[in-house]
Design a protein around this ligand. Structure first.
Ligand SMILES: [Zn+2]
Ligand SMILES: [Zn+2]
Length: 440
């Protein structure tokens, strides 16, 4: 069946909060000011000065740094007169040769492909946005830009590299390569690029897939008094759907459940489809992988004296020394505490949502945002093990190979990230909204 296009709400100040669905009007903002949702405290909009020009400059700088970071060596190592060195891609290549194809692809994707796409798409978007009206393909790129940002993990990788560096420093001389410093600059540049970019400005000028709606249409009244107290109708209660990609509010055709966004063409739903079921499926799979991830070895060190395998926890213990304990603590928190806390927190959110909980909404949405924010940092151990193995290749003296636990550990990180992605935070507020509507 062909899905119909929704009827757009032409009033650009009317919007729904992406985290709680509260229908509200955006205030007029001065430069650098931001508007927050009165109910869930989510930042709805921040006005940025001269966004397009600044973002273009930062994206070009990021592209140059990216090219350098991927061509020069990142780390070197010498031990008794023998030396090795590795680039970022060298780490992924070694994993591939060792039969760790899945983890190799994940490292390649999060450390090279996703950051590359993040910069490339941003460049295309800001250059395309100079035309008037902005061509539709810019909208298509913008729709996918968030995904590249989620999976671009250079800051996590650099932390992993630093831990690997300290780990190896015990038995060899480690030489930090130029790429390491370039990467540091690139991470700052990428963060600045994201912070200056103003997607609203681009969406407001983009050429629509369908002609814009009738400007004389009547739209739901927003009770400003209620909204400022964090109450009021949600977009769903007013039968409006918010486009996840471009933020436009629109109404499905009579008798239709879902439609397509008239501005960007994205598929629209009142709530993410099968959100709790999908989140549970990813979460249970993650919990199952968590066991082998902690029981099986992630690294095997081979020396003249024989081979020795370490699990994640043994790695933490090995790293613990009067000087190395802060890094040991980082690995402990990132690899063992964060994944288990994340699984518990998401389980709690899913159970309370399914029971129609109306209490602690603000705490629950804060928990959701925390889980969303910290999840990527669990990847740090994958990078530590990748670059330790890539560097310590001094056969027959000593060599390090990734172990079978690594793929399960990487699976835990990816599955919990997908679980968070599937979870619709607006579900936290739905029971409360329904109750308020009943007593209004
Ligand atoms: Zn909100
Ligand atoms: Zn849209």
């Amino acid at each position: 069946m062909q899905e119909a296009y929704n009827q757009a709400v032409a009033d650009a100040t009317l919007m729904a909060c992406p985290h709680c669905d509260l229908l509200q009007r955006l205030p007029d903002l001065t430069w650098a000011a931001s508007a927050k949702c009165p109910r869930c405290n989510h930042e709805l909009w921040r006005r940025r000065e001269d966004s397009l020009n600044r973002t273009t400059a930062l994206a070009i700088a990021a592209a140059l740094l990216y090219i350098v970071a991927n061509t020069v060596p990142m780390l070197g190592l010498t031990v008794v007169g023998r030396g090795t060195s590795t680039t970022i891609i060298g780490g992924a290549e070694l994993l591939w040769q060792d039969g760790q194809v899945t983890v190799s692809i994940l490292v390649l994707f999060t450390a090279i492909i996703a950051p590359g796409l993040q910069i490339l798409l941003m460049l295309a978007i800001v250059l395309g946005a100079r035309r008037e009206p902005i061509p539709r393909w810019v909208g298509n790129l913008l729709r996918h830009h968030g995904t590249t940002q989620t999976w671009s993990m250079l800051e996590v990788m650099i932390l992993g590299v630093l831990v690997a560096l300290v780990k190896i420093a015990d038995y060899a001389t480690v030489i930090p390569g130029t790429a390491l410093f370039v990467l540091g600059a690139l991470i700052v540049m990428l963060a600045a690029m994201q912070a200056t970019f103003e997607p609203r400005e681009v969406w407001d000028r983009i050429r629509w897939v369908m002609p814009p709606a009738d400007p004389d249409a009547v739209y739901p009244a927003v009770a400003e008094d209620d909204v400022s107290k964090g109450r009021g109708a949600t977009a769903m209660q007013q039968e409006l759907q918010r486009c996840e990609a471009c933020g436009l509010l629109s109404r499905p055709a009579p008798g239709e459940e879902d439609g397509k966004c008239p501005r960007c063409g994205g598929r629209l739903e009142f709530r993410k489809r099968a959100s709790t079921e999908r989140a549970w499926a990813f979460l249970i799979a993650a919990a199952l992988c968590y066991i082998p991830a902690n029981v099986l070895p992630v690294l095997t060190t081979t020396t003249a004296a024989g081979a020795e395998s370490d699990t994640i926890l043994q790695g933490v213990v090995l790293l613990w020394s009067p000087t190395g304990w802060p890094l040991s603590l980082i690995v402990l928190i990132a690899s063992i505490l964060i994944p288990s806390a994340k699984i518990c927190a998401l389980g709690y959110l899913l159970i309370t949502v399914q029971r129609g909980g109306v209490r602690n909404n603000r705490q629950r949405i804060r928990l959701y945002r925390t889980v969303d924010f910290i999840g990527r940092w669990s990847m740090v151990d994958v990078f530590v093990d990748t670059f330790t193995a890539a560097l310590v290749q001094l056969q027959p003296l000593m060599s390090v190979e990734p172990g079978p636990g690594l793929v399960f550990f990487a699976a835990v990180v990816v599955l919990t990230m997908l679980a968070v992605e599937s979870f619709d935070p607006r579900l936290i507020w739905d029971a409360t909204s329904a109750m308020e509507a009943q007593y209004a």
